[in-house]
Design a protein. Structure first.
Ligand code: NAD
Length: 393
């Protein structure tokens, strides 16, 4: 009898699970349904560019119905409200309930606000196309307001957190704001662009040479770094720092960290700090008919080791492993252990500069080669999913 495969999430993990599963299961063998809250597959690794207005929305927002047309994968646009793993059911916001024989949870992560007062209420986040559009519209509105008000809070942008998300965003702003100011008749020298990082340095864990390169490249283009000081409060018009300083601003973009998805954390499957615990075959440790792909899961390579980071490249690879393992699960065949291939880490510093590491930390890249590699990795992903579309039937 045909199996019901339900995939929650149409991001990297969910999409790749669906397409890979369809390579193995015939239409008669399994009905595959993807549930996503947006009608698009979003290229979240490029959202900083949309937020700064450097690219158009359609470059990072691919219509799922087009991508999945004629591929034997059903698409449901709805928000997952509750997963009931003991009943093998999922309840959606519309009230519809789906049953499954195998479930893939690929709902991604959420922004962590760490209980910092005012942050959730007043800051902007960068987790979706809508978030990026909101940032872009707000910054433009603040600049328009500044022309009239000359209020410093309108001309000050603070990026909270100097991880890769914060650095890529601040780099894009540093490139785009001078152009935007010129188009609005504002002197770019009036603009303050801060990156505030609680740790002693931005990009902690990167080799010092690459950190220095990022800081000098961005400082030259007007970014002011405040490190070793945490953001402790946000109001509508100011950010307060741990050392007592206050920055007047109407724009804080918070990139201070991510946490597990709350729907997953509270659904009754075994979790580790809010992210699903998985076996090496990417099954829930408590519910073997539930498979995990992407940031919703925590994958610990070996006992006592640090978990793998929540990145797009891992979500993609997890999706492919899960797509195959569901087929093996129903056919009592051996499943694959998840053995990720780390192709490297690349971070853009704006449109013409980037840093990166390939082959662990052994090969460091700076400038044009890193920018080229970053562009190439995006193109590689897009052509990979197109390739899979061609393969799926
Ligand atoms: P992160 O957790 O890597 O960085 C958050 C930063 O915010 C940290 O440096 C932290 O010290 C800082 N912070 C936390 N609390 C703070 C406070 N109160 N005040 C000031 N700073 C504070 O988060 P991220 O940058 O969103 O990255 C999440 C994951 O996604 C990481 O694994 C990252 O490598 C990955 N990522 C990869 C890319 C890429 O490959 N190009 C891009 C973006 C994100």
């Amino acid at each position: 009898m045909s199996k019901q495969i339900l995939i929650l999430g149409g991001g990297y993990g969910g999409l790749l699970s669906a397409l890979t599963a369809r390579k193995y299961f015939s239409i008669a063998d399994a009905a595959i349904t993807v549930v996503n809250r947006f009608p698009t597959h979003q290229i979240i690794t490029e959202l900083h560019r949309l937020a700064a207005g450097s690219i158009a929305e359609k470059a990072v927002s691919l219509p799922l119905d087009k991508l999945l047309r004629d591929k034997g994968v059903n698409l449901v646009i709805d928000t997952v409200e509750q997963i009931k793993p003991d009943e093998k059911k999922v309840v959606l916001q519309s009230g519809v309930t789906y049953s499954y024989d195998a479930l893939v949870v690929a709902l991604g992560s959420e922004t962590a606000f760490f209980g910092i007062p005012g942050l959730q209420e007043y800051s902007f986040i960068l987790k979706s196309v809508n978030d990026a559009n909101r940032i872009r519209a707000h910054v433009e509105a603040c600049l328009d307001a500044y022309k009239v008000s000359k209020n410093k809070a309108d001309a000050t942008i603070v990026v909270g957190g100097g991880g890769l998300t914060g650095i890529e965003l601040v780099g894009e702003f540093a490139d785009k704001l001078p152009e935007l100011c010129r188009s609005k008749g504002i002197d770019f020298n009036d603009i303050s662009l801060y990156c505030v990082e609680a740790a002693p340095s931005v990009l902690m864990g990167f080799p010092q040479e690459l950190i220095d390169r990022a800081v000098s490249s961005l400082s030259k283009r007007g970014v002011e770094f405040i490190t070793n000081v945490a953001i402790t409060e946000m109001t509508k018009t100011a950010v307060t720092l741990k050392d007592g300083r206050t920055i007047e601003t109407n724009t804080l973009v918070w990139t201070g960290g991510v946490q597990g998805n709350s729907v997953v954390a509270n659904c009754g499957i075994e979790v580790n700090r809010g992210r699903a615990s998985v076996t090496e075959t990417l099954q829930s440790t408590s519910h073997p008919d539930v498979f995990l792909a992407g940031d919703s899961a925590v994958v610990i390579p070996s006992e006592g080791a640090r978990p793998y980071p929540p990145t797009a490249q891992l979500a993609w690879q997890m999706g492919e492993t899960v797509g195959h393992n569901m087929f093996a699960y129903f056919n009592n065949a051996p499943m694959d252990s998840f053995t990720p291939v780390f192709s490297g880490t690349l971070g853009s510093l704006g449109r013409k500069d980037a840093i990166g590491m390939i082959g662990g930390k052994q090969t460091q890249l700076k400038g044009a080669p890193a920018t080229f590699m970053k562009e190439a990795s995006n193109v590689r992903y897009l052509s990979h999913i197109q390739g899979l579309f061609a393969l799926a039937y």
